[in-house]
Design a protein around this ligand. Structure first.
Ligand code: FAD
Length: 474
């Protein structure tokens, strides 16, 4: 009998639910197992930063598997063609194990796979692995789901946390089926064509780096997390999101690591753990509002009169709005594929409340660029910032980008790093460079209108217009 493990965004050999259960069964039944990854053509046409990072992580994982004598078969094609191909190739394939990806449009793929397995008498076992608590696990007493984070997080906090899965790593190679590659052409395509089209050279991929970063953060920064998490120029947050996204780390590993330091790290640990609850919250919301990528969760905001100026959108994308903290955030995203949380909030607020551009366009742009792109958290974050989601920031509380800059990057260290044309601007003007007298502009080598733009819009005017748009005033 042969058992498959279908790897998805769960590239690790430790604490992986589907892998754990598969290996235990294989040992018990003295069967054989094999690992595959389905490469979907929908993801290979245009390789943006997010896919670039994902494919390189996949490649790194495949290499680590090889190092342990395990072959990760890559099969390229439509889902059902891929499954047919595997069935034709692997005699005795009876069972498949996989971790669920059940929110939004991804649930359609999971459902299609389940139907195919049923039709072809392949037994399947699927698990919640990418989140600490599954959407259905935390409900109100009346059985409905939460819409507001604070009561959700209280219930989440009280719930017993799952332990880590202790995978018998020695058994992995021992019980592996001796198979020729399922589809050699797919593997050649991945190795020679797809990876070749990836343009960035990502560092620190894989489990060893993830473990290092996890431990260093927990040992050295967790205690300061509450105080430092909002300051973009400090290494105040864990930067574990790309590893969580690709499943190089499990949320259980991260949770238990923080929880074990509760006593020493105090409110730093509590605040951090609460962020993991946000991650589960947005996944839960996305699960119950599967079309929230397209639609505002709050019905009455589904037909707001957004502006569709391409020119403004382009300014935002390129970090040329004339608001230094916004521009620094967007440039951090464009250059590194990651953006600090405070800046995600500021740039999202700016796009929607200052430029009045639909949040969906921003969400899509982040999707292309973020190496930690997570559909549920991204939609959740955007609907929050645009005031159209559940438990979102109220529409009348509009972030002032200048004040935000002054508060979270007081002397402009972060701004100077990502907006080099402002490098020599005196601290007094770093958040409002257009107010520099002519002489200062010359001295600092930053002529407004030439080296750095005037503010594209006036914040206080745009704020009033945004509020009017939400109120439905003309
Ligand atoms: P830390 O502060 O170290 O937090 C630890 C972990 O908790 C993170 O890795 C993440 O998994 C989780 N987390 C933290 N804050 C949030 C949050 N607000 N919502 C959900 N989970 C959270 N996060 C993504 O992982 N992918 C996205 O695509 C994404 N898009 C966002 C878009 C917008 C507009 C906003 C406002 C937020 C978005 N976030 C997203 C949430 C948050 O910005 C990132 O998770 C965080 O910046 C990642 O950095 P970190 O690992 O250093 O976080």
């Amino acid at each position: 009998e042969r058992f498959a493990v279908w790897f998805r965004s769960d590239f690790r050999l430790k604490d992986q639910a589907a892998l754990y259960h598969a290996i235990e069964t294989v040992k018990h039944k003295d069967g054989e197992w094999f690992a595959f990854f389905h490469l979907d053509p929908a993801f290979t046409d245009e390789i943006d930063t997010h896919h670039d990072y994902f494919f390189q992580t996949l490649n790194h994982f495949r290499d680590s598997c090889s190092g342990k004598g395990i072959h990760l078969h890559i099969v390229y094609g439509e889902l059902t063609d891929t499954l047919e191909r595997i069935r034709d190739h692997v005699s005795g394939w009876s069972t498949v194990y996989f971790n669920r990806d059940d929110a939004g449009r991804n649930s359609v793929r999971d459902q299609k796979a389940r139907e195919w397995f049923d039709e072809h008498s392949i037994e399947y076992f699927d698990y919640e692995d990418a989140h600490i608590h599954a959407p259905e696990e935390i409900k109100k007493q009346d059985g409905s789901h939460y819409k507001v984070f604070t009561p959700y997080s209280k219930a989440w906090g009280k719930k017993h946390k799952p332990d880590m899965y202790n995978i018998d790593e020695d058994a992995l190679a021992e019980y592996q089926a001796d198979l020729q590659p399922i589809h050699k052409q797919s593997e050649t395509f991945f190795e020679e064509d797809l990876l070749d089209r990836c343009s960035m050279n990502w560092q620190a991929l894989g489990a060893c780096h993830a473990k290092d970063r996890l431990e260093t953060f927990m040992d050295e920064r967790l205690a300061y997390y509450k105080d430092e998490r909002d300051i973009p120029e400090r290494a105040g947050t864990s930067r574990l999101s790309p590893y969580l996204k690709t499943g190089v780390l499990s949320p259980r590993q991260v949770f238990h690591s923080a929880a074990a330091r509760r006593e020493d790290a105090g409110s730093g640990a509590e605040t951090y753990i609460n962020e993991l609850a946000w991650r589960d919250f947005y996944y839960m919301i996305h699960y119950f509002y599967p079309d929230s990528k397209q639609k505002e969760i709050t019905d009455k905001y589904q037909s707001l009169d957004w502006n569709d100026s391409d020119e403004r959108f382009q300014m935002w994308i390129e970090g040329r709005t004339g608001y230094p903290i916004v521009d620094a955030g967007m440039r951090q995203l464009n250059e590194t594929g990651w953006m600090h949380n405070r800046l995600r909030m500021i740039t999202a607020s700016f796009l929607t409340k200052d430029f009045h551009i639909a949040w969906r366009k921003g969400e899509e742009y982040f999707q292309k660029k973020l190496i930690d792109y997570d559909q549920s958290s991204n939609i959740g974050g955007w609907q929050w910032a645009a005031s159209v989601g559940t438990d979102a920031v109220p529409y009348f509380r509009v972030f002032n980008p200048t004040t935000q800059g002054k508060r979270f990057d007081p002397d402009g260290t972060f701004i100077r790093k990502y907006v080099p044309e402002l490098k020599n601007v005196p601290a007094k003007y770093i958040h409002e460079p257009s107010k520099m007298p002519e002489g200062t502009q010359e001295e600092s080598g930053c002529i407004i209108g030439r080296n750095y733009p005037e503010p594209a819009v006036d914040h206080s005017t745009q704020r009033k217009k945004a509020i009017a748009m939400f109120k439905g005033d003309d």
